[in-house]
Design a protein around this ligand. Structure first.
Ligand code: RB5
Length: 150
């Protein structure tokens, strides 16, 4: 499992906490920044992480901002990315089992570090269930491909 991780300034502290969790869990990761608490623009980081996942260089991406919303919107513009904003463990598991989410987004200003750790742990372990869910995810991918070809 190779994980690409990134945040803007609004998610910087939570990103550092998640990195500590990944180290504890022995998960291979690459930090795409930001590397200081100075203000930066969340789309820059979200696109960098999402593109690396879409290119197949990483299996999953985790992106943090203040709310998790801006980075989810940006990441979902990258073809091949299914980013899910999850602030509870049930949504985190379902985003994998039903939606095959390949990017998880989180909001530092929304949840505590303890819950964020649990969400990341659940999300990294959960697998896509396939079956009828694959048909639905395939429809999203087909729409994306048609839109790109227009
Ligand atoms: C930055 O202030 C904040 O807007 C950003 O971290 C994020 O919450 C955007 O969705």
């Amino acid at each position: 499992m190779r994980v690409a991780i990134g945040s803007d300034h609004g998610g910087f502290k939570l990103k550092q906490e998640i990195i500590a969790f990944l180290v504890e869990e022995g998960v291979t990761f690459q930090d795409f920044g930001t590397h200081t608490p100075e203000a930066c623009d969340y789309p820059d980081i979200a696109f960098a992480v999402a593109q690396a996942v879409a290119r197949g260089e990483y299996d999953r991406g985790i992106i943090v901002c203040g709310t998790g919303i801006g980075v989810a919107i940006a990441a979902n513009k990258v073809p091949g990315i299914r980013a899910a904003l999850c602030h509870d463990t049930f949504s985190a598991r379902m985003s994998r089992e039903h939606n095959d989410a390949n990017v998880l987004t989180l909001g530092e200003r929304v949840i505590g570090f303890g819950l964020a750790r649990e969400i990341v742990g659940v999300w990294l372990k959960a697998e896509f269930a396939g079956g009828r869910h694959a048909r639905r995810v395939d429809k999203i991918t087909a729409y994306e491909q048609e839109a790109l070809a227009r």
